[in-house]
Design a binder for this molecule. Structure first.
Ligand code: NAD
Length: 558
């Protein structure tokens, strides 16, 4: 299906100021789609897989080409509709309406199972959009880096006196998002051991600078980690291996682990590799998918049992948003206490929710010029706009020093309610004055404060029990359309798998015009405002205070 038609030239986002489309908005959507697929950015180029297991940018190469052709023809008052990676219609709308509306992987709730989705996928009727893969706002591993860094910083504050220096974190996965983990730990001055079965992925992360070294074997990995811990050095070590095999070995050796987490693609059993030699395991997946899934589930149970045993011995355990616990539960392991709470917390209820209550989340911008200098100019403007924000300054300094530029130059930056709108206008002004050399795309991950319902991740353990209420991401998408975003998306599944979450995305392009300034003000207030509404409604006092202080109107809030 994927090979029936393929562009002869390898895809890479166009740079510079020359337009192939009739508007910058359509050109931006096209460049971001191309950027998602750039082989330096995407995980499995031939299959249009961007990240997160099977998260695709378009349904297949033929549909990719149709989307490209449609964007090039799209009039300034038209809107392209995309259904699970396929352009299915063009509407006459308004110049200030979104140019693209996207719905990916959505199923009627009672049919929303992985098995049913897989069948439709095989029939060529759907694709897995993940979060930013099918909505064209992926910015490579950097996209998750700051969130991971902030999560580890919060863990350092709560458990280790403000730094990870002298501690060892053990985790798994060196793919699109998971590959951020070692750098996020070393940015917090800790030592990180990452387990990944595919040898080339370990080597790639060393080449990119996300990982410091690859160990020869387990003994070598543990020796290097111990040396770094003793020296108080920030260092990361990648080990080619399977987490379900290696974690029990750490227990046997009584190796001291301070933090344990995981970011393998466990949300889909077809993407979590069972134990065994990798080529044999991949051959099993191709030939006998049901047997592969059975073995994957057995490995997940072993993996989580080892995490729970480490926790019992004093390690701090946290789930990093891949539904590993949910899968282990399906496999028959007890992962909850008598009150139904998970035995170890997810990172959102554990560490991130207070940020969501302030409307903060993985906000980002991308320089359509392709010039990294534009990102540095915007960094400077950011520090001038928020001169008193020490955490922000610390993040920008670390990002400039450590984050490699992969694909179109971009910056992820967790800004909150009020801040996003303020800074959107600053960026628009930089474009207007020619201080950056082309328009700038402004968007965010779907993993944000008011754009996702996901009971095993972003909305785990909500104060009022509203974890599974999915009205919020639907309202978020509608509100962003009403406010003037340039492309809006609604997805099912995301990081935790089909049926486990509903989430929406928005993107707006700063073109430097006064009309765009007005829309930026609206959209970048509306969008994080949904996070304030969502958390205030659930009874979080911090969100209610933010609403009062910063003027988010909530009917009935005194
Ligand atoms: P990916 O598919 O790009 O990478 C996952 C990696 O895990 C792969 O390299 C794979 O080889 C490895 N892996 C598979 N089985 C393994 C095993 N048994 N032991 C060790 N490693 C194994 O996916 P990704 O983009 O890195 O995302 C990883 C997971 O995190 C997904 O489930 C995704 O949905 C979720 N996710 C979480 C967040 C978050 O904010 N917490 C954000 C995005 C995605």
């Amino acid at each position: 299906m994927f090979y029936e038609f393929k562009p002869t030239e390898t895809i890479k986002a166009r740079h510079g100021t020359e337009l192939r489309c009739k508007t910058w908005e359509a050109e931006a959507a096209l460049r971001m789609l191309e950027n998602n697929l750039d082989p330096a950015v995407s995980l499995v180029y031939d299959e249009l897989i961007v990240y997160g297991g099977a998260g695709r940018a378009a349904r297949n190469w033929k549909e990719y080409q149709t989307i490209v052709d449609t964007l090039k023809e799209l009039a300034p008052d038209e809107t392209m509709l995309v259904q699970s990676g396929k352009a299915v219609g063009v509407l006459k709308t308004w110049p200030h309406a979104p140019r693209v509306l996207i719905a990916n992987s959505n199923l009627v709730p009672a049919w929303s199972t992985q098995e049913y989705f897989d069948e439709l996928d095989r029939m060529g009727l759907m694709m897995y959009g993940q979060m930013t893969a099918g909505s064209w706002i992926y910015i490579a591993t950097q996209g998750i880096l700051q969130g991971t860094y902030e999560t580890f910083a919060a863990m350092a504050d709560r458990h280790f006196g403000g730094t990870l220096r002298g501690t060892i974190t053990v985790t798994a996965g060196l793919g699109g998002m998971s590959g951020a983990q070692p750098l996020a730990v070393t940015m917090n001055d800790g030592v990180c051991l990452v387990i990944e079965p595919i040898d080339e992925r370990v080597r790639q992360k060393v080449r990119e600078g996300y990982l410091d070294e690859q160990a020869r074997d387990l003994a070598h990995a543990l020796e290097r980690c111990e040396q770094a811990r003793a020296a108080g050095e920030a260092w990361s070590v990648g080990l080619t291996g399977n987490a379900a095999t290696v974690l029990p070995q750490l227990l046997e050796r009584r190796f001291r682990v301070d933090i344990v987490t995981d970011q393998t693609s466990a949300h889909d059993l077809m993407d979590y590799l069972p134990e065994g030699e990798v080529d044999a395991v991949l051959a099993l997946r191709a030939a006998h998918p049901e047997e592969f899934k059975k073995q994957a589930l057995a490995a997940i149970v072993k993996h989580v049992a080892a995490i729970l045993e480490l926790q019992r011995r004093g390690t701090i355990a946290v789930d990093y948003g891949n539904n590993l616990r949910g899968q282990a539960e399906k496999g028959g392991l007890r992962v909850r206490d008598e009150d139904g709470q998970f035995l170890y917390p997810g990172f959102v209820p554990g560490y991130i929710r207070p940020l969501f209550c302030e409307g903060k989340g993985p906000f980002r911008w991308v320089a359509l010029s392709g010039d990294p200098q534009d990102i540095l100019r915007i960094d400077r403007a950011l520090l001038e706009t928020f001169p008193d924000d020490k955490l922000l300054a610390r993040w920008i300094a670390k990002a400039q020093a450590k984050v490699p530029c992969i694909g179109l130059p971009a910056r992820v930056c967790w800004l909150g309610y009020g801040e996003r709108a303020k800074f959107g206008l600053v960026i628009n002004d930089l474009v207007a004055r020619g201080e950056v050399s082309a328009p700038v795309v402004i968007g965010r991950d779907h993993l944000d404060c008011g754009s996702v319902a996901s009971p095993n991740r972003e909305t785990e353990g909500m104060k009022d029990g509203s974890d599974a209420v999915a009205d919020w991401p639907l309202l978020n998408a509608l509100a962003n359309c009403a406010s003037g975003a340039d492309w809006v998306s609604l997805h099912n599944g995301g990081g935790v798998g089909i049926g486990n979450s509903t989430h929406s995305g928005m993107v707006i392009v700063a073109t430097g015009t006064p009309e765009k300034a007005e829309r930026l003000q609206r959209v970048l207030t509306t969008d994080p405002g949904m996070g304030i509404f969502r958390h205030a409604d659930a009874g979080y006092e911090l969100a209610q205070d933010v609403a009062r202080e910063r003027g988010a109107k909530i009917p009935g809030l005194k």
